[in-house]
Design a protein around this ligand. Structure first.
Ligand code: ADP
Ligand code: MG
Length: 612
């Protein structure tokens, strides 16, 4: 391996004079502590290295040692349920502990291996060579109770299986050796392949993959299935498909972290990869203990067991933040390649961009907008474009859905990170400071947010017994637009002076806002809503709107219906009617019909309006 001698150090970057060849993105170690770094520029007689640890002890002359491979991480069965730093080095779950400088990766653990191929079989790159039962390592080689993630492979309940894959960059070949079922170290060869040229390759349960290289798949698939978040404003108004991307811009305290965490807890992904990037460290510790306490509705086990947390909080070296985003998406792709649906949350991509800016500044690069380097945009693209729903090399279907928080300074959405992010995402969930101040959560602004893919998901909602999803979605959005227009007038002339049909719009919009879009992350009943519950609430509100319009045409003012108990009951249904209590929803429906009929009595020819 080549060696270089450090000539200049500035914070996390250094220059060094090489005495042999280095390649771009090569992993290196620096100095006697063997700090981990990466070659980020190469000139004829100089390399530039980004160091992922505190460099304060380094002096010019420190030796930079090449590794001969790109900056890579080890992907294997030991990831789930653990917390790592930005380079996938293990941290203790308490969140306060730091990785030892220079430490490479977690010591290989022992897992219970089951072969899925036999001698003589032929295995292609990305194929499944074996399974690991159970999510956790097997201390001392004794097996531990497993569990189910997703419903892959029709496993019996309680046995969650991870697949061991032939690395995508392997040539594949014929199996000439396969280990016996039972406990093995994850880095120990369990399978040997002979390729077409007769070369042998040993494969283990784990394999390494360079973080900046997207893992290949057979093909990208269109997405007509939502990633259900359980948040009504998202799933019904601004839905995200599996394999899609969303950005969550919002000023300080508008609820980015709470929203991402709520989605992490309740969304219907098989695996969650949560990267805490430059945000407060205690928040991440809080999330971890919550995930440990919360029960996965599918398995009854702690939610943490199907989560990988990557932490680069504000008290850790800035440069490691830059890598953490790529580490996280590589981990997500690895689970995708096992045929799973993965959701990745990054909180916050702005802190990541700031790390990029800091390194760029140290290198004396020409700054662009707001001091960010000119390549900010292409780096954002590199990240978001790795989200996809794919046919994997193994022939299964998997997806990586990406949600990124953006923290624009002073909440100004025209700043570079928000602006460039918009170019690469399909959904924008814009958090509004006024809603947040009014404690209206989630503070997603219905007029500033969008989903470019909503119409592709209508068919899925039809399958959920919500055949009017598209129409009601339009209806709600139109109402909210009209409300914004009318509210200014209402402030000037007063609500009472407005014509009846405008008062009705304000009333219906109030119902949509309060009963449907508002949903507290801390309400035990309403923090999550299944698609079935969302659909029933959507239908009820739709019926109310149509009924109230019918009444108005029959000469009954909107205030008359707002004064009825049914209006109050609808306003509170999210907080009051729990998941699965369909009877109470039918009671509401019956009460609504009865109220409309009673109010309409003087004009019986309108009977039947509002039937869905
Ligand atoms: P940000 O990450 O944007 O700075 P946070 O996510 O930390 O903001 O939210 C700030 C506070 O707002 C939270 O501590 C919580 O009290 C409140 N909050 C935010 N989102 C919600 C929500 N969905 N439901 C209930 N409360 C919320
Ligand atoms: Mg936050």
């Amino acid at each position: 391996m080549s060696i270089a001698s450090t000539t200049w150090i500035s914070g996390p970057v250094l220059r060094a004079r090489p005495d042999g060849p280095f390649v771009l993105r090569e992993a290196v170690t620096v100095g006697p502590e063997r700090l981990l770094g990466e070659v980020i520029r190469i000139a004829r007689d100089q390399i530039v290295v980004q160091v992922y640890e505190d460099t304060s002890g380094l002096r010019p002359g420190a030796e930079v040692a090449g590794s001969g491979h790109l900056l890579s991480i080890r992907l294997g069965p030991g990831l789930l349920g653990h917390i790592f730093d930005g380079l996938l080095r293990p941290m203790s779950a308490e969140g306060g502990a730091y990785v030892t400088p220079g430490m490479r990766e977690e010591a290989p653990a022992i897992f219970d291996f089951r072969p899925r191929a036999a001698v003589g079989d032929s295995l292609a790159p990305g194929a499944v060579l074996g399974d690991v039962q159970g999510w956790t390592s097997v201390p001392g080689g004794t097996s531990r109770e497993g569990r189910d993630v997703g419903d892959q492979a029709g496993n019996a309940e309680g046995a969650w299986t991870q697949h061991c894959l032939v690395p995508p960059d392997s040539p594949g070949g014929e199996v000439v050796f396969m280990a016996q079922a039972g406990p093995h170290r994850e880095d120990e060869p369990v399978c040997r392949l002979r390729d077409a040229k007769g070369r042998l390759q040993d494969l283990a349960m784990s394999h390494h993959w360079p973080v900046r290289l997207p893992r290949p798949a057979l093909k990208r698939l269109p997405s007509d299935e939502p990633m259900v978040t359980g948040q009504r404003v998202i799933d019904c108004l601004f839905p995200i498909p599996r394999g899609g991307t969303a950005a969550v811009p919002g000023g300080f305290g508008t609820g980015k972290t709470v929203l991402l965490e709520t989605v992490a807890k309740w969304c219907d992904a098989d695996v969650i990869v949560y990267v805490g990037c430059g945000e407060r460290g205690n928040e991440l510790a809080g999330l971890l203990s919550e995930l440990l306490e919360l029960e996965d509705p599918r398995s009854g086990r702690p939610l943490l067991e199907r989560t990988v947390v990557i932490a680069n909080t504000s008290n850790m070296p800035v440069s490691a933040r830059e890598a953490s985003i790529y580490t996280a998406i590589t981990v997500a792709e690895y689970f995708r390649d096992q045929g799973l649906n993965v959701t990745l949350m990054a909180d916050s991509t702005s802190r990541w961009a700031e790390a990029l800016r800091e390194v760029s500044g140290r290198l004396g690069e020409l700054p662009g907008e707001a001091g960010y380097p000119a390549y900010l945009s292409s780096r954002l693209a590199d990240f978001y474009e790795r989200a996809a729903r794919v046919r994997t090399l193994a022939g299964t279907i998997g997806a990586v859905t990406v949600l990124g928080a953006v923290s624009p300074p002073s909440g100004d959405f025209s700043e570079p990170v928000t602006n460039h992010t918009r170019r690469y995402i399909g959904c924008l969930w814009a958090l509004d400071v006024h809603r947040a101040q009014a404690r209206f959560y989630p503070a997603i602004h219905p007029l500033q947010s969008y989903s470019t893919v909503a119409k592709n998901l209508a068919r899925w909602w039809h399958g959920q017994n919500c055949t009017r999803w598209e129409e009601l979605r339009r209806r709600f959005l139109t109402l909210l637009e009209e409300e914004a227009r009318l509210e200014r007038m209402a402030r000037i002339i007063g609500r009472d002076a407005m014509p009846e049909h405008q008062r009705l719009i304000l009333l219906c919009a109030q119902l949509v806002n309060q009963a449907f879009l508002r949903q507290s992350a801390f309400s035990p009943i309403d923090r999550y809503a299944t698609p079935a519950r969302q659909a029933v609430m959507m239908r009820l509100i739709g019926r109310f709107i149509e009924g109230a319009e019918g009444l108005m045409q029959a000469g009954i003012p909107p205030e008359a219906i707002a004064a009825e108990p049914i209006f109050r009951a609808l306003m509170r249904m999210g907080e009051e009617i729990p998941e699965g209590d369909w009877e109470r929803f039918s009671d509401l429906d019956r009460d609504l019909t009865a109220t409309l009929r009673r109010l309409r009595r003087p004009a019986p020819e309108h009977a039947g309006v509002g039937a869905t």
